[in-house]
Ligand binder design. Structure first.
Ligand SMILES: Cc1cc2nc3c(=O)[nH]c(=O)nc-3n(C[C@H](O)[C@H](O)[C@H](O)COP(=O)(O)OP(=O)(O)OC[C@H]3O[C@@H](n4cnc5c(N)ncnc54)[C@H](O)[C@@H]3O)c2cc1C
Length: 425
């Protein structure tokens, strides 16, 4: 790998498990697969510190850590993500409002630079490179290995309160009321509902389930990780399967079948529901889908989300999955995504120009309300819009220019959003 980088081959980019939704791990010059670097280097079960190569996956860590009472400090909605990918996107989970993002638990990493040298980075050493790499989408170099601080958990279950809200206003009220009380929160939103029911939702609020409560309910091994058989979507569904009527019917069914209740849910089912269906993306047919994740500042997120949902509902382009989360203090990475507010992730079946147009319209709402899209989910945003969403872009570019003056590390995304200079390719 070092030789390839030193050869000055422009247009290289690291690739983990390819779970980013856009073109951040795709490059004309070639990709460097990180899944080959997948060894654990150390795990201290006393302190919960793990050191591993960047290709180790979150699933690998969970299998080692949970039996010892440790878990990931924050986790995205899939465990099929590498440590390198988690750092590069500064991923977040359902506990951002309380615990922040991945970068805050990252103690150090080693980074292969464009000139072939390897440096150590931490919040104390090469601090600027550290925070440019956290959330930097692979553009500062190749993360080789890293040390992460895990968090202690009493069990492998979440004590979940499921609550239904009749519209977006009620959902926001519930989030505000419960942010302090619950470590995890997420709402599934029916983005086709309209009028009085606009944004009706099912909220899943949760805390780590105490071991004694689990034992009392008959679960005698609280740290036991229940193994489930996964299903697989065998082929791409016909394009018409994901039409507005089908999504509307599904949304109605989901909303009405999820009433208020309290329950213990194992980590796999709570954090990673999609992981149990391999190739779930095939339900969108051969044209696939685009994911669009919108973030708005807390002071205007209610109004902004209402505007966004009205626009989507009117466009007739339904999102099958729409997930609302609360976010807390801003991430420290220079290009990291989240700040204090609310974020909504949407999946649109791809309909060519029609979908492109809708996303451009949504971008305008984001800009009007001081919001932004998430690089790990983005496939469409242009350079002008991106620069208005990320005010620290020039700071990032200066560090990138110092570390990688020839732009050896670049992706199709970095060219599209103007982080790297397309004319110099
Ligand atoms: C079902 C699903 C749910 C998701 N839910 C969430 C969520 O809740 N929160 C969230 O934050 N994200 C979420 N994501 C997005 C996902 O967590 C990120 O896109 C993550 O970066 C993917 O990691 P990966 O290993 O697949 O990396 P890839 O997708 O292969 O690459 C992502 C970026 O990381 C860079 N990279 C990878 N390895 C290295 C390395 N060793 N050194 C330097 N750069 C590297 C790549 O160059 C690229 O820019 C979700 C994705 C899916 C599919």
């Amino acid at each position: 790998m070092q030789e390839l980088v030193q050869s000055g081959h422009s247009g290289l980019i690291a690739r983990g498990l390819g779970r980013s939704y856009g073109d951040s791990a795709v490059s004309r010059g070639g990709v460097l697969l990180q899944t080959t670097r997948n060894r654990f280097l150390a795990f201290d079960a006393e302190s919960g510190r793990v050191t591993c190569e960047a290709g180790v996956t979150l699933e690998d860590i969970i299998h080692v850590a949970i039996p010892k009472g440790w878990f990931l400090p924050t986790t995205p909605g899939t465990k099929f993500v590498t440590v390198g990918g988690a750092i590069a996107a500064d991923v977040h989970g359902k506990n951002h409002h309380r615990d922040g993002a991945w970068g805050e638990y990252l103690q150090r990493f080693s980074l292969l630079l464009a000139d072939g040298s390897v440096i150590q980075c931490s919040p104390q050493v090469n601090q600027d490179v550290f925070w440019a790499t956290v959330g930097g989408m692979g553009l500062t170099g190749i993360i080789l290995e890293a040390t992460i601080q895990l968090v202690q958990v009493p069990s492998a279950y979440v004590d979940v309160k499921q609550r239904r809200s009749r519209n977006l206003d009620e959902a926001f009220d519930l989030f505000i009321e419960t942010d302090e009380k619950y470590k995890y929160s997420v709402a599934w939103i029916d983005c086709l509902s309209q009028g009085q029911e606009l944004g009706r939702s099912v909220l899943l609020l949760g805390n780590d389930a105490p071991a004694d409560m689990l034992r009392a309910s008959g679960k005698h091994e609280p740290l036991f990780w229940p193994c489930k058989r996964s299903k697989s979507i065998p082929f791409a569904f016909p394009g018409l399967a994901m039409n507005k009527l089908a999504i509307k019917a599904f949304n109605g069914l989901y909303y009405h079948s999820h009433g208020n209740k309290n329950t213990f849910v194992d980590f796999d089912s709570y954090f990673y529901p999609l992981d149990s269906i391999h190739h779930w993306n095939r339900i969108y047919g051969k044209r696939g889908f685009v994911q669009y994740q919108a973030l708005f500042p807390r002071e205007c997120s209610r109004e902004a989300m209402t505007t966004l949902l009205k626009m989507i509902s009117k466009s007739g382009q339904a999102s099958f999955l729409a997930v609302l989360k609360s976010s807390g203090v801003a991430n420290q990475g220079i290009l990291s995504y989240l700040f204090d507010g609310h974020t909504l992730a949407l999946d649109f079946p791809y309909r060519g120009e029609k979908t492109d147009r809708l996303c451009r319209e949504l971008d305008k709402v984001l800009l009007d309300f001081g919001g932004r899209v998430y690089l790990a989910k983005d496939a469409l945003v242009n350079a002008e819009t991106f620069s208005r969403m990320y005010p620290k872009l020039n700071e990032f570019k200066r560090i990138k220019q110092r570390l990688d003056p020839q732009s050896i590390f670049r992706s199709q995304q970095s060219d599209r959003v103007g982080i790297t200079d397309v004319s110099s390719f």
